[in-house]
Design a protein around this ligand. Sequence first.
Ligand SMILES: [Cu+2]
Length: 170
Amino acid sequence: MSLLKSLAASAALVMLVSGSAFAHEYKLGGLVIHHPWTRATPPKAMAAGGFATIENTGSDDDRLIAVSTPVAGRAEIHEMAVNNGVMTMRQSENGFAVPANATSEMKPGGFHLMLMDLKQPFVEGETVPVTLTFEKAGEVTVELAVEKMGAKGMDHSNMKTMDHSQHGKN
Ligand SMILES: [Cu+2]
């Protein structure tokens, strides 16, 4: 899916630069995707998480069902869970729900986008394109703002040490 095509699919992009903070949001139908972001990665990192706050201003429930990006070999929607006191992550079978008239957050320690087999390191201050596919609203390509390593919670750059036994089983 080209950027042009996704833009033509009714996605309107609003970007604001205020001070040093890179605030941006994307609209797709009744959905508003606020400040999608990821974190800078060390040179040999295999994976990175992606996060965003998604506001559904419409009256229909929707659902993020797929993610893709040219900068990673694989991209999935993950959920975190604590099993026997150990934080684990796995691919979410039902994607990420964005109920009507509600704001849903993908954040460190919760639902997140998982970008694996990274083709390049993520550099703070740059952006990374990701295409999100929603069950009803369709597709939109957003730019993840790359924030500093370890920002706001769990550091995905260390995820090789985590339980990824569920990866690749879908
Ligand atoms: Cu993950």
